[in-house]
Design a protein around this ligand. Sequence first.
Ligand code: SF4
Length: 369
Amino acid sequence: MFKEIFDTYNWEEIKQNIYSKTSADVESAMSKTQRRTLEDFKALVSPAAIDYIEQMAQLSRDLTLKRFGKNIQMYIPVYISNECHNSCVYCGFSKKNNIKRITLTEEQILKEIKEIKKLGFEHILVVTGENDLKAGVEYFKKVLPLFKSEFTHVSMEIQPLMQSGYEQLIQLGLNTILIYQETYNKNFYKNFHPAGKKSDFYFRLETPDRLGKANINKIGIGFLIGLDDWRTEAFYTSLHLNYLEKNYWKTKYSISFPRLRPAAGEFEPIVNITDKELVQLICAYRIFNENVELSISTRESEKFRDNLIKLGITNISAGSKTNPGGYSVFKESLKQFEIHDKRSPEEISEIIKQQGYEVVWKDWDKTYN
Ligand code: SF4
């Protein structure tokens, strides 16, 4: 399990090591033709690498074109429950927030699906809070077939489950699970996740192991940008990715870059990342790993997302609502967080095409494999 490897690393040592990387380390990492190491990755996310951002962007672009071609896959999230037994300090759905709690019925989900299908999507991301009683495995088993009958690729972002729970959902056609560690800094994890099951750092950390053992098609990992030093978080994400690829080699992987956005409770990010640094991070992941999918959501601004299309991103969301029932049945319910890019899927699609890229609505695993 990843825990055994994770426990051999020390956050402060890794951080110091990253901050001490030099231009020579960056140049060495950039010039390699064989697979890059974790030491190379440290150099690529180090402060020293910011002076190489143009070269990194070019290399990231070339590697992405080589592996993925000129394709950007579109997806849309649908929130089906805001029930949550956790109290993450940065989230509008925290159980501490006095909001109207909603878990969509099958009938309401069908209405949401009908609205979303009008937009042309074939890849949907089903999102819930984390509440085993109100939206647990039995609920997922009821609603997953509704999505599977209308979408070629169904991803879910739900509470961590046991392996058997995942196996039941995979049998019903589940393709992907997104599970973010939020922060890999064990010492501060509880400050942000003080109560509920999510306060168990290791149970969350080992979720991708349970998914790998369940033979899932794809796992999305990442950290929440804004809680701790992003460079060190990125190192641990790459360490995790390396481990997963080695141990569950049949599974595909994606990385997302959720940057903290305003939400009910008004939590302020502890650390900030500039747009330039976020580009550095995206390029570093691509240069480190040519096969991983890189996904960017509507948390980011219009201009910034437009510029990222050619830099290494493979998946992009559009037209997103972050409230349960947001597309049709409860348009005014509380959002998990404010999105930034509010353009329609059609507009985003046009922008992708203008940059010479193909918009992929269907899952490309099925289209190209
Ligand atoms: S981030 Fe997820 S687990 Fe935490 S309070 Fe929000 S919905 Fe619940």
